[in-house]
Design a protein around this ligand. Structure first.
Ligand code: ZN
Ligand code: ZN
Length: 273
């Protein structure tokens, strides 16, 4: 666990400067260790780990979740402020922005209006899970009764308002269909060695380092080319996404290089990984 104590004094000062005044934590307080995973095709990759307080709103966690999809959608002018956590049977919707959509509404409507269909669907999911569990010889612990789902507003819901399970896997969905697994890995009382300033939470204790270089121009897309001693940029080496590279170095992308490339004395290469 990272606490302010483990930071050097310079980092500590910068950290506190960035978060402004000290707001003392009120005892007794609960600290939750939350993991956020990126869902890949075959596996899940832990992207972040954070310490969040029981008294905090779920939106405070959402605002600390870093996902590149947010940046891409912003750049494309299609940023969607909507998002939700599905925790146990509760959909926690972020409706702070007037343009945000309540994603849970059509689902809850479906439960109300097509109850038989919903029950049949639920039973088939339960049967599938039971089969899996029987294969693992863990016995049957899943109820076949359709759970009652409800919706709350993320910005009005504290962590302590919810029923949470340690190692329970919950869903975070944003930008329409970008999904992440959220796991409550640990829950404990706050300790004097923890940061005592309410404002510094959620504290990011782990952040996945990107394995690939990003384009130095747009800072969004993965770099595909690199240049050395490039007269068109101050960065050396400089990494480029294909389009950004052509925009900078080619007068006309269709015809290939005409003007600039003749003057382009530097070295460029595709990134081989
Ligand atoms: Zn995402
Ligand atoms: Zn770029």
């Amino acid at each position: 666990m990272t606490s302010l104590r483990s930071m050097d004094s310079v980092t500590k000062v910068n950290f506190l400067k960035a978060y402004g005044d000290h707001v003392p934590v009120i005892y007794p307080e609960v600290v939750l260790c939350v993991e956020v995973y990126n869902i890949k095709k075959i596996n899940q990759v832990k992207a972040q780990e954070m310490l969040v307080l029981g008294c905090q709103f779920l939106t405070e966690l959402r605002d600390k979740i870093y996902c590149v999809t947010d940046q891409v959608m912003k750049k494309a002018g299609q940023y969607d402020p909507s998002g939700y956590f599905l925790i146990e049977n509760v959909s926690c919707n972020d409706l702070r922005d007037s343009k945000a959509i309540d994603y849970s509404e059509p689902i809850l409507d479906w439960f109300r209006n097509s109850k038989d269909e919903a029950i049949a669907k639920w039973e088939s999911i339960v049967a599938r899970e039971l089969q899996k569990k029987q294969k693992l010889s863990l016995g049957s612990t899943i109820s076949s009764q359709l759970p009652s789902f409800s919706a709350v507003e993320m910005s009005k819901t504290h962590f302590f308002d919810l029923r949470l399970r340690i190692w329970g896997g919950y869903l975070y969905c944003h930008q329409r269909n970008c999904k992440h697994l959220v796991v409550i890995r640990d829950m404990r009382l706050i300790h004097p060695n923890d940061a005592q300033n309410r404002r510094v939470y959620p504290i990011v204790t782990f952040q996945l380092k990107e394995r690939f270089k990003k384009c130095s121009v747009c800072k969004i897309y993965r770099a595909e080319k690199v240049t050395l001693d490039d007269k068109w940029t101050k960065k050396n080496p400089c990494y480029f996404y294909k389009n950004c590279y052509y925009l900078l170095h080619y007068a006309n992308e269709e015809q290939g290089c005409i003007d600039r490339k003749l003057e382009f004395s530097s070295f460029s290469s595709d990134i081989c990984r």
